[in-house]
Every structure is written in structure tokens, then in C-alpha cells.
Design a protein around this ligand. Structure first.
Ligand code: ACO
Length: 369
């Protein structure tokens, strides 16, 4: 769209596209005013209670492809993901030296980008994330790689590869709750990226790599690590108030608070908090987190009146993943382990729509003389 240079930017576009519907979707709905999240037609708590990783993925993909409910069954997904993990391990070993010098997150980006496109690319990428992630974390800890066991459930096999020993039911359940909770969330930045790439007719692996890059920024999926850094810096519950005040006075953002859509508490924070409590984290750590949360909410109300800044998903994500003993560098890749299901489902939906996403821009530069 070409316009006169006299159009002032403040009269032009919302620079974050806030409130602009960019697609129709049957996958999830986020109501930020009431704090409600619907996943595949169910309230978040019901979806999480009803589905494990494989059945949740089956539900997302089936809806996204507009297929009858029985088309991609949880058992079929479980078997296919097992095969995909085995294939990804061969790829991991082949890439070997290419991972040298890369962070865990950069290594995962490389691993995903190395996958071949194809009919079953959604399974290949979803199966690959835990294999690359677990074995990159092992590599960083100077431990030998561990091959997947394709007959195991997806989350259980991931924990086994990462830790080198079988995981207990409580840990498997807690991580499953996390991964299913974050599988999809409306038109967030990474999902939008996946849809834009898919709309050009590019392959699904390309859409996922683009989405993953978008996820890694601290304003999106990169916040949990800084949340723990903040808790470390606060150190003791009695220091929470002064630390938070100080940070806000310096104009810093408190990680784990605020959201573009939610103007009330993020419903995912409560689901993750409940999962965290089942893990029975150390009382001290929980007390510190509670003190920081209370102090932050109180200070944000005073420093940013009218902004409605509440606890977001990343705050309890950080606590839950820390409670599971996950390395901090693995937090954003772990988010991707769940969200990859949503990204691929959105790419399928976008393909069915079959229309190139190509918005307009407002020209605010100089006009030729
Ligand atoms: N701490 C302090 N101030 C904040 C915070 C925060 N966490 N979040 C927003 N604000 C303030 C801004 O400084 C701004 O104040 P001002 O108007 O006085 O300048 C006001 O609130 C509005 O901020 P925006 O950036 O316009 O709000 P936006 O909708 O873009 O913010 C975002 C959303 C990016 C998540 C923001 O709240 C933030 O930076 N939070 C911290 C990082 C974080 O937790 N990220 C994870 C998000 S969840 C997810 O993506 C999975």
C-alpha cells in the first residue's frame, strides 16, 4: 500500500499487529480478558487431564488436516514418533562435529534444519526435538550419547535419554503436563512465523525452523532462563521487594510477567503451578518464588498503573523445569518440544487455506522530487 509521506506512523499500523486477526483456526483460542484458553475444543485443564503427549498431538494434527477423528490415532502417532526418534539419532551422530561450539539452542536449530522435507515431516521434526535436545545436553555435560528406545512413550524416552536412567512416573507426568500445556496458543509470534512460511508453499521443516528462531527471543520463549537468573539474584524471600523495586526503577522488565494478550493471570501459570506442587520442590525455593511473585505483582501495579501486568506462563515454567532438574540452556528447546506440535498443525491448516500471507506496509519514507 503506497501512501503519502505525510502519514505519521502513529496514525498508521499497530507495530505489533495487536488485535489484528491473521488467520482462522480450529486449534486454540486465547481469551486474554477472562484468562481462558481453549485447546482443540476443550478448556486447558480438561485437555491436559485427558491427553498425554501422543494423543494431544494426534488431536491437533487430525483437526488441522480436517480429517475424520480416527485418522491419526494416538497409537499410530506413538509408533511413528518412535521411528522418527530412531531416525533423528542417526542424523545426530552424522552431524557430530558440526555441533562443536554451538549452544544447545543453536545445536537444536542446526539439527532441525538438517531434516529432509516430506509427507511425514511433522513426525520427523516432532520426533527429532527430544533426541537432539537430550543428546546435545549430554554432549555439553561431556557424556556419551544415548540412542532412543522407539517402543517407549515420547516423554519417557526423552527423560531416559537425557538422564541416562529411567524416569519416575511423577517426573514423566509433570513434563507431559508442561508439554501439552504449551502445545498451542493462538497467533503467537512463532506460530505466525510458521504460518507465513507455510503459506508460501515452502516445506514444513522450513516452517518449523523459522518458528523455532522466533521462539528463541526473550520476549517470547526465551524468558524462563532469565526468570531463574532473577530468582538467583534475589536470593532470599526478604530481599524480593527491594530487588524488584530497584529493577523497575532502573527501567528493567521483570521476566515472567506481562503478556500481549492476557490482561489477567495466564491460565497456564496455574496448571503449571499445580504440576510443580506435585513435584514437591524444596520449600525454600518455592517460598522464594512466591515472595518474588507477590512483590513483582505489587510493584508492577504501582509502577505501571493501568497496564494489567500479571504472572505469565514462563514464571512457573522456569520453576517446573528447574524442579525436574532440566539444564537451564534446555528451557527454550523444551518449549519447542511441545510447541512443535502446534506449529506443524498450524502449517497444515495454512496449507489447506492455500493463500499466501502477504500483508501491506505503509510507506513513510521520502517521495521522489
Ligand atoms: N516488567 C516491567 N514492565 C513491563 C513488563 C514487565 N515484565 N511487561 C510490560 N511492561 C510495561 C512496559 O514497560 C510498558 O510500560 P510503558 O507503557 O510505561 O512504557 C507497558 O508495560 C506495556 O508494555 P508492552 O511492551 O507494550 O507490552 P507488550 O504487550 O508488548 O508486552 C511482553 C508483552 C513482551 C511479554 C512483556 O510483558 C514483557 O517483556 N515481559 C517480560 C518477558 C516475558 O516474560 N516474556 C515471556 C512472555 S510469555 C510467552 O511468550 C510464552
Amino acid at each position: 500500500m503506497s501512501t503519502s509521506a505525510s502519514v505519521a506512523p502513529e496514525h498508521g499500523v499497530a507495530s505489533g499487529l495487536e488485535g489484528v486477526p491473521a488467520a482462522e483456526t480450529a486449534l486454540s483460542d486465547v481469551d486474554g480478558e477472562t484468562g481462558r484458553l481453549i485447546l482443540c475444543g476443550l478448556e486447558l485443564v480438561d485437555f491436559v487431564a485427558r491427553h498425554g503427549f501422543e494423543s494431544a498431538a494426534a488431536r491437533f494434527w487430525t483437526i488441522a488436516r480436517g480429517e475424520p477423528v480416527s485418522a491419526e490415532t494416538p497409537d499410530a502417532v506413538r509408533a511413528a514418533l518412535g521411528q522418527a526418534r530412531a531416525a533423528a539419532f542417526i542424523q545426530f551422530e552424522a552431524l557430530g562435529p558440526a555441533f562443536e561450539g554451538l549452544t544447545l539452542s543453536e545445536g537444536l536449530r542446526l539439527g532441525l534444519a538438517s531434516l529432509a522435507e516430506g509427507e511425514r515431516a511433522h513426525l520427523a521434526v516432532t520426533g527429532a526435538v527430544p533426541v537432539f535436545l537430550a543428546n546435545l545436553a549430554r554432549h555439553h555435560a561431556r557424556k556419551a550419547p544415548i540412542a532412543p528406545q522407539p517402543d517407549l512413550p515420547h516423554v519417557e524416552d526423552f527423560l531416559r535419554m537425557l538422564r541416562g536412567s529411567p524416569a519416575g512416573a511423577t517426573d514423566i507426568q509433570a513434563l507431559t503436563t508442561y508439554l501439552v500445556t504449551v502445545m498451542d496458543h493462538g497467533m503467537n509470534a512463532s506460530t505466525f512465523t510458521a504460518r507465513v512460511v507455510a503459506s508460501t508453499g515452502a516445506g514444513l521443516v522450513g516452517a518449523i525452523v523459522g518458528a523455532y528462531a522466533a521462539l528463541t527471543g526473550p520476549l517470547h520463549g526465551g524468558a524462563p532462563e532469565p526468570v531463574l537468573a532473577m530468582l538467583d539474584a534475589v536470593g532470599r524471600p526478604d530481599r524480593a521487594r527491594s530487588w524488584v523495586e530497584d529493577a523497575l526503577r532502573k527501567g528493567e522488565r521483570l521476566m515472567g510477567f506481562g503478556h500481549r494478550i492476557y490482561k489477567v493471570r495466564d491460565p497456564r501459570a496455574d496448571v503449571l503451578k499445580a504440576a510443580l506442587e506435585k513435584l514437591k520442590p524444596s520449600g525454600e525455593r518455592l517460598e522464594l518464588a512466591r515472595a518474588v511473585e507477590t512483590a513483582a505483582l505489587d510493584a508492577l501495579k504501582r509502577h505501571k498503573p493501568g497496564r494489567k501486568l500479571e504472572t505469565n506462563v514462563e514464571f512457573y515454567t522456569a520453576m517446573l523445569l528447574d524442579g525436574l532438574g532440566m539444564p537451564r540452556a534446555a528451557f527454550t528447546p523444551l518449549f519447542a518440544m511441545g510447541r512443535v506440535v502446534g506449529w506443524s498443525a498450524h502449517a497444515f491448516e495454512q496449507r489447506r487455506i492455500g493463500r499466501l500471507i502477504r500483508p501491506a506496509s505503509l510507506y513513510v519514507g521520502e517521495l521522489p522530487p
